[in-house]
Design a protein around this ligand. Structure first.
Ligand SMILES: [Zn+2]
Length: 111
């Protein structure tokens, strides 16, 4: 993930300048791949034929532990079991041989 080299703010999606300090300096940092569900919705009407077999499907907004938010889907979880604040971890779902996208699955954190 892109990280401001001046103030350390992580940012997603990549941008030319930091939204906090306006610096153009940045580096790339590995992320933990964990976060929590900030918000979600369940989609019923298919908007594209490619999604017709997956209805209903979920769309989640995940707040990454580093701070940025990412819009994705939650897998390995029934739609009715999704809750705000649920801890999640990234997993990469292969779309085809050339493309894998980051999605999330529930994370069982130790108490
Ligand atoms: Zn900055």
């Amino acid at each position: 993930m892109q990280r401001c080299a001046a103030c350390g703010l992580h940012r997603y999606f990549p941008r030319p300048r930091c939204s906090k300090c306006q610096s153009a300096l940045f580096d790339w940092a590995l992320c933990a791949g964990t976060g929590s569900v900030y918000s979600f919705t369940i989609c019923y009407p298919p908007v594209l034929p490619a999604f017709a077999a997956k209805v209903p499907y979920n769309v989640v907004v995940v707040e990454l532990d580093e701070g940025p938010f990412i819009v994705s889907n939650l897998v390995d979880c029934e739609n009715g079991e999704i809750t705000v604040g649920m801890p999640v971890e990234v997993c990469f779902v292969e779309i085809d041989e050339a493309l894998a996208v980051p999605q999330f699955r529930p994370l069982a954190r130790l108490a």
